[in-house]
Design a protein around this ligand. Structure first.
Ligand code: FAD
Length: 757
């Protein structure tokens, strides 16, 4: 099948013969990590084989929720890539179908497509879970994996070499034979799919989704991490990649040898690595054009592309588990074992939020979180910095990898794996005599690096707010959803003001104190509706006595909340959004460019004109007071809890609470304990009139520049999971809606980010 391919394609193919299809309807090009048609060997191979077999060619592109660190950031970049593919496919007359896995659309599409495919051709990805997916598909159908990422095909060399100079020497002849060569044009005719073909899924038009609302509606159905914000200062796709690269060739490449180490100069590096990572631009093209440019700058750049980048790809090709600690050189592992333990142990969340107190490290982390990029030179210092604060070096390396993969647009790549591991000794040599916490591993101190850097200039660009400008956001409600949205927004550099009618952040996570001062919750005592991404935000949830106190304290850090401020109306006006109400008996008005309303559904409904929102909550009466023993004869629908220190709490379910909905707190503070067999002396009660929603939109609602979040605006209704999820999605939506357009393209194409390690 592949024997007749010309040499430049054949050498990039790994054939895995599987069961044949009795009645094939097409050859399938499965796009994974090479999102382009131009200079794409995978596409050429699929096209040639389809032509050879006399079958139509179907290009299938799936955006899954299961890739590591799946997030709004990566999904948006992928969707933008898909938009260009859609256009290019239409221009070429190729059938291109995009599937976005989401609620109601999680069928095993590839398995279903493979039933009708003569053969599946895909780009070679050596990392999990893609390699596992390849194994599974190869059992169903013949699979051809094509190297679409390297200049020197991994099938030709594909070995791990311990030092860059050795890799250079071992591959020099092979690379020389391939670099700079024009990519042969493949123009064999393509047979279109029958018009009657009915795909096993509803294809998505990325163009239409992005045009309509920047992808808000589509992504709202995907179970992905909404706290990793879409980046709006660059755009995914071949069009942007090409323009960015051309701009760099014209204006920067010649000076690369002089500018590449200065992280404060964001135009000093190409920043093309995210597009290389997603295969939106061919490495063969980038290398060829750098050779054509020539000069010292291009030579240095070619070292990055042909030595460091390719070494990482070949390394990951050979190793089964390249991320493992065991793939570090032995001298490095011994050195780490013997190193002097660092004195300071930082929490992972302080690293993630850039709160270590180290100016350079925190700035670098801020840039990563806000813009999805980190300058290559700073990234080396940043990666090594973590080892200073985490006692177990393996954990330090994993944390670094995780932060990089979660936030960097070029993360989850052989290049970033090798980059992070280089910080821990991979591809490097020992340095003697050993130093304190780095042992024999090459040192790079953040202080030393900062002293060589124009820190002001560096901070100016990494600290620029996500979305290009500071948004002024008002938030109504300091419950968990309002506080969470506020914290995410402030960390992204926006101005946030929170209003609450109460006197401290809590809402339905309110807590009270027993006689001896210990705390217990009178609202939620559990967290339901949790998603995987929420694990890293659940600070100290394990403490059942005050389950959410620490969480709320954490969310309150550095947040401006106007307490005792009741908002009674919200509407859009010429300035943005107007809020009005009262604060300490005074009438007040506030203007913001956008507002997020984070209050229970009924209260939200009352703030707006009629008809925009609807939903209903169930009430809960709660009473607490002195008592020791549990009562055996509680009325139906009542529950009892010993909250310790001689305090008992009684809760009535919504039906029982409804029966007493018009009673006062004093009446219930007597009635509830008495009916449960306790003396009412010293008892108190609280009515959660809007305790937990039983109906509501179950998704974030945007009404012009006003967004509604909370436990009625997410799923499962009435859970903390829904409240947190809706908060993060609303913030992500603000970034999606801004999006990218040609007007600001000129500015954006100047943005630089990572160079290859
Ligand atoms: C008794 C009970 C048991 C529960 N059990 C569970 C459980 O087991 N598991 C689970 O996951 N969830 C449970 N929940 C639900 C959970 O507590 C909520 O989903 C979550 O706390 C909602 O947070 P929020 O920020 O959306 O809203 P809230 O916590 O209600 O916060 C809204 C805030 O807005 C303020 N506010 C309201 N109106 C205005 C206004 N007009 N102006 C200014 N401020 C205003 C309020 O003062 C409040 O601080 C329970 C809730 C109750 C009441």
């Amino acid at each position: 099948m592949i024997e007749s391919l010309s040499h430049h394609l054949l050498e990039r193919c790994s054939l895995r013969t599987g069961p044949s299809c009795e009645d094939p309807k097409f050859v399938l090009h499965w796009i994974r990590a090479a999102l382009r048609f131009e200079e794409n060997p995978t596409f050429d191979v699929a096209r040639l084989i389809a032509n050879q077999m006399g079958l139509p060619l179907l290009v299938y592109h799936g955006i899954d929720e299961r890739y590591p660190h799946a997030s709004y950031r990566h999904h948006k970049f992928l969707l933008e890539g898909a938009r260009d593919l859609e256009k290019e496919a239409a221009d070429m007359g190729v059938d291109y179908l995009l599937h976005v896995s989401r609620k109601g659309h999680r069928q095993p599409v590839l398995k279903l497509l493979s039933e009708d495919a003569a053969v599946i051709v895909t780009d070679l990805v050596d990392l999990d879970p893609w390699s596992d997916w390849s194994d599974a598909i190869a059992k169903m159908r013949t699979l051809i994996e094509v190297d679409a990422h390297c200049v020197l095909p991994r099938q030709v060399f594909g070995r791990s070499v311990d030092r860059p100079f050795k890799f250079k020497n071992s591959t020099k002849r092979m690379v020389n034979a391939r670099k700079g060569v024009n990519w042969p044009v493949c123009d064999v005719p393509i047979t279109r799919m029958s018009e009657l073909y009915d795909p096993p899924f509803a294809p998505v038009s990325a163009h239409r989704e992005l045009e309509r609302d920047g992808g808000v509606q589509l992504l709202s159905q995907c179970e992905i991490d909404p706290t990793v914000m879409p980046v709006t200062d660059v755009c995914g796709g071949t069009k942007f990649a090409k323009r960015k690269w051309e701009n760099y060739v014209e204006n920067g490449l010649k000076r690369y040898h002089r500018t590449r180490n200065d992280a404060s100069n964001r135009d000093g590096v190409s920043g093309i690595s995210p597009w290389l990572h997603y295969g939106m631009i061919a490495a063969t093209k980038v290398v060829r054009e750098a050779i054509d440019t020539g000069g010292k700058g291009a030579d240095k750049f070619l070292d990055e592309m042909l030595i460091f980048r390719e070494q990482a790809y070949h390394h990951c090709h050979e190793l089964q588990s390249p991320r493992d600690w065991s793939s570090l050189p032995e001298w490095a592992r011994i050195s780490w074992r013997e190193r002097i333990q660092p004195m300071v142990n930082k929490k992972e969340r302080d690293l993630e939020t850039g709160d270590t107190g180290d100016s350079l490290w925190d700035s670098a982390q801020m840039g990563l979180v806000r813009h999805g990029v980190m300058h290559n030179n700073v990234r080396m210092t940043w990666g090594k910095g973590v080892a200073r604060w985490i006692q177990d070096p393996n954990s330090a390396m994993n944390i670094t990898q995780c932060l990089n993969d979660r936030y960097a647009l070029d993360g989850r790549d052989p290049n970033s794996i090798a980059g992070v591991m280089w910080c821990y000794g991979l591809f490097d040599r020992p340095f003697d005599p050993p130093s304190d916490y780095m042992g024999r591993i090459r040192r790079r101190s953040t202080e030393g690096h900062a002293s060589r850097l124009d820190m002001k200039r560096y901070r100016d660009w990494v600290g620029a707010p996500t979305n290009g400008r500071i948004m002024d956001i008002g938030i109504v409600g300091s419950g968990i959803s309002g506080m969470f949205a506020g914290q995410i927004l402030s960390r992204l550099g926006h101005k946030v003001t929170i209003y609450d009618k109460g006197w401290r952040p809590s809402g339905r996570l309110a807590y009270r104190q027993t006689e001896d001062g210990s705390m217990f919750s009178i609202g939620s005592i559990n967290m339901d509706g949790s998603r995987n991404w929420m694990n890293r935000f659940q600070w100290d949830l394990g403490n059942s006595a005050k389950p959410f106190k620490n969480f709320l304290d954490e969310l309150s850090k550095d947040q401006e909340v106007n307490y005792n401020t009741r908002i009674v109306g919200v509407k859009e006006d010429a300035q943005g959004v107007l809020l009005w109400g009262s604060s300490d008996s005074q009438e007040v008005q506030f203007n913001h460019s956008r507002v997020i309303v984070a209050v229970p559904i009924e209260q939200a409904t009352r703030l707006l004109e009629e008809g925009v929102l609807s939903g209903e909550s169930a009430p809960y009466w709660v009473a607490w007071g002195p008592g020791h023993e549990g009562s055996d004869s509680l009325p139906e629908g009542w529950s009892i809890r010993n909250v310790g220190n001689g305090t008992i709490e009684l809760r009535l379910d919504p039906n029982s609470s409804e029966e007493h909905i018009n009673r006062t707190k004093d009446e219930m503070a007597s009635l509830i304990p008495t009916k449960a067999g306790f003396s009412p002396v010293g008892w108190s009660s609280h009515l959660w009139r809007y305790g937990r929603p039983i109906s509501g939109p179950a998704r974030v609602v945007h009404h012009g520049r006003i967004a509604f979040i909370g436990d009625a605006f997410g799923t499962p209704l009435g859970t903390i999971g829904a409240a947190l999820d809706s908060a993060a999605r609303a913030v992500a939506d603000l970034h999606l809606m801004r999006g990218w357009n040609d007007e600001i393209d000129a500015v954006k194409s100047r943005q630089s980010n990572l160079m290859d390690w």
